[in-house]
Design a protein around this ligand. Structure first.
Ligand code: SER
Length: 306
């Protein structure tokens, strides 16, 4: 009765998280689920995470004790359907929080994001505590969700753990509908020998992280002793920060012929509302977070695998 359920397992984080959890705990101990199971390996379920009865059934049938709930509509896609993004992001969170409140599951991981910050936040080294006025539906849902996580911890003792992820770079699965997606698309253009047209301007600096670090962080936080977790909203987490121009220069070391042009769209406004970099000293102090991939290592690994 100690299995792990990953909801949103076919997504950018889920794909690699499931693989790593299964390597550590055994394939049968980690149940993958998503709205479509096309790329998932068994044991897996097709699961509409907005349906409380369906989620509850799997939790009971499989004897789930911890849930990684990765379902979300990201920032750029969410601005096309703001109400839908809010509904999806909140509904899927509350279903899991309520199962934990009833004692059906013991521990929850739920990712938050740099999208909780806004124009009034410190742009350089945005602190854990400070002004947060997100301008996107995604960011509003993440900030509200963080506060609900803390509420369920304080009032019902729910063991919820969360990270404010920066933009995540990976090669196994494409992200869907984020503002930081350019930093993945550029590698695919480079491999195809195509000019890259960046939807963010050359000097748009954003906090970023390689997926291997992101997955390790989630598992490390979930395995940490409960007393070490001092923050029950969500921890700032940082690794690197760079601009499209800086990333381009680094990739050009491998693809000297790569060309770039800039054609900012609405996603530029979203990026401009987010900090350039994040201060994650609480995560480093409380549970020993340390990133491993810098820009050079990340680019090398991406080039080798994309
Ligand atoms: N990568 C996400 C996005 O761009 C941020 O959490 O929406």
């Amino acid at each position: 009765m100690n299995k792990t359920l990953v909801i949103g397992a076919a997504g950018q984080i889920g794909t690699e998280l499931v693989e790593e959890l299964r390597a550590r705990r055994g394939v049968d101990q980690v149940i993958a689920s998503d709205i479509q199971i096309k790329n998932l390996l068994t044991p897996c379920y097709e699961l509409d995470a907005t349906d409380p009865d369906k989620v509850r059934k799997i939790v009971q049938k499989e004897g789930i004790s911890e849930v990684y709930n990765l379902v979300a509509m990201l920032s750029a896609k969410g601005e096309k359907e703001p109400q839908k993004a809010w509904d999806l992001n909140m509904k899927t969170l509350f279903i899991i929080l309520d199962l934990a409140r009833e004692g059906k599951i013991k521990k929850i991981f739920w990712p938050s994001s740099i999208a909780v910050f806004g124009p009034s936040s410190n742009s350089v080294g945005a602190p854990q505590y400070g002004s947060m006025e997100p301008t996107t539906s995604y960011g509003i849902s993440k900030l509200a969700g963080e506060l609900w996580c803390q509420y369920y911890f304080q009032n019902y003792g729910v063991d919820i753990r969360s990270i404010r992820y920066p933009g995540l770079i990976s090669w196994r699965t494409m992200p869907g509908g984020g503002t930081t997606d350019y930093a993945i698309e550029i590698f695919h253009s480079a491999r195809r020998g195509k000019e890259f047209i960046s939807f963010l301007g050359p000097e748009t600096r954003l906090p970023m992280m390689y997926m291997e670090d992101a997955v390790r962080a989630a598992i490390q936080l979930m395995e940490a002793d409960s007393e070490m977790i001092k923050i029950r909203t969500s921890y700032n987490l940082a690794a690197v920060d760079f601009t499209p121009a800086e990333l381009f220069e680094e990739i050009r070391k491998f693809y000297p012929g790569l060309k770039i042009s800039y054609d900012p769209d609405l996603r530029q406004n979203i990026a401009d509302s987010w900090p350039d970099s994040i201060n994650d000293s609480h995560a480093r102090q409380d549970w020993g977070w340390n990133h491993q991939f810098d820009l050079k290592m990340m680019v090398k690994d991406m080039v080798n695998n994309v």
